[in-house]
Design a protein around this ligand. Structure first.
Ligand SMILES: [Fe+2]
Length: 405
């Protein structure tokens, strides 16, 4: 390996995604494992606490230079283990029923909050705060359950589901980069509220199928400021309101409403931008089908590093997996299946529920299959529309029903 990849830096320049080759200057006597990727922000704090002053990084191993999804490395060679105090995970089948009820409850809460805002009633942050806590608890117990539900969409409920989904994606994202429980809850809460200002946008613009004209877009963009104004009347933390205010800002300064650039946008603001676009691209709308998670991630990658934070996006990709839970995939044995559980060690071999035959184009009785124990493999992700599959019915019939049996 050429030495040109090695660079000496001060600890203050160390960032998530970098690969530490060696520690060159350290105060104090505490031992530090000296090689590996910085996968979480808390690792940097640990190194600082242990007195590390300068270190050598290997830029050729930096996560931000990964070019495509399959290059995202597995969990190995971490510099330090930042164990978070979380409840032990329970199985998908034990959590999905609770998660499903929580998801429905989230839509009801979102609807009533929006109605209150529309009617000019004071905003009660307690209800959404408690809901955000419940949501994070479910993610802690088994993240696959709520994540799977983000894929079971009702195209008539876009606004309600989008806010809920962004909150779920952010809870999972925040947890995966080592944020504290309080930070994860605030981030998820911000996700849940980020589009609340849309309720003040006229319906004909809000629900217009297809592209908005420039003047309609100007009206639509006001939803951010409307939302911020509403939330400022509550006693919500200013850090949460800041995240809401930044969800359409972009690193190149071409976002809105303030045109903030680079470091002017908070880390949480950069995270919500990624989750917001990912969910919008994958959503089924009345006038169009959503794209696959893989395609959406590729689109986000294409706009890196101009619009989105490349290192954070790599983390997002990693925590979603190559085939996010809920993705429909075509298998090598001419079957269609839904991904129901990630395999963190072998991301190409998740657990799936097989429910459709492409040979005769007919449904099958749903059956779980762990690809890591099978010779069958994933050929490609597919869209429900390609096979006229009603995902919601399939999910209720095969996944939920098999659990309550
Ligand atoms: Fe928005």
């Amino acid at each position: 390996m050429s030495n040109s990849h090695l660079k000496k830096i001060n600890i203050n320049k160390l960032a998530v995604g970098m690969y530490v080759q060696a520690i060159t200057d350290k105060k104090g006597k505490l031992s530090v494992k000296s090689q590996g990727h910085i996968k979480q922000a808390c690792m940097i704090d640990i190194l600082k606490k242990k007195g590390v002053v300068t270190l050598v990084i290997d830029t050729s191993k930096q996560l931000c230079e990964l070019q495509n999804l399959k290059d995202v490395p597995d969990n190995e060679g971490d510099l330090e283990n930042c164990k978070k105090e979380t409840l032990p995970e329970i199985s998908f089948s034990s959590e999905i029923d609770k998660a499903s009820k929580l998801y429905k409850q989230g839509k009801v809460i979102q609807k009533s909050l929006m109605r209150s805002v529309k009617n000019g009633l004071p905003y009660d942050e307690q209800i959404s705060k408690e809901f955000a806590t419940e949501m994070v608890n479910s993610i802690d117990r088994n993240s696959n359950a709520l994540l799977c539900l983000t894929k079971i969409r009702d195209k008539d409920d876009y606004l309600l589901e989008h806010s809920l989904n962004v909150a779920i994606l952010l809870a999972n994202f925040g947890k995966s980069i080592g944020m504290s429980s309080a930070e994860v809850e605030e981030l998820a809460h911000a996700g849940f509220l980020h589009d609340i200002g849309k309720i003040k946008i006229p319906d004909d613009i809000l629900n217009k199928p297809g592209r908005l004209t420039d003047s309609e877009m100007d009206v639509m963009r006001k939803h951010v400021v409307y939302g911020v104004e509403t939330l400022k009347e509550s006693s919500l933390n200013s850090s949460l309101i800041r995240v809401v205010s930044e969800h359409h800002e972009r690193l190149d300064g071409l976002g809105y409403p303030y045109g903030k650039k680079g470091d002017e946008i908070s880390q949480a603001g950069r995270m919500i931008a990624i989750a917001d676009v990912y969910d919008a691209l994958t959503a089924d709308r009345v006038y169009k089908s959503g794209m696959s998670g893989q395609k959406a991630l590729q689109i986000l990658l294409k706009d890196c590093p101009e619009k989105y934070d490349h290192i954070l996006l790599q983390h997002f990709i990693k925590c979603m997996g190559i085939y996010p839970v809920g993705t429909l995939v075509k298998l090598s044995n001419e079957r269609i299946a839904m991904v129901i559980e990630q395999n963190k060690e072998k991301p190409l071999k998740p657990k799936v529920n097989v429910f459709y035959s492409t040979r005769g184009n007919h449904y099958l009785e749903g059956k779980d299959l762990n690809l890591v124990e099978s010779t069958v493999s994933i050929e490609k992700p597919v869209l429900a529309n390609d096979y006229k599959i009603d995902v919601k019915t399939i999910f209720e019939r095969n996944v939920l029903a098999s659990i309550s049996d």
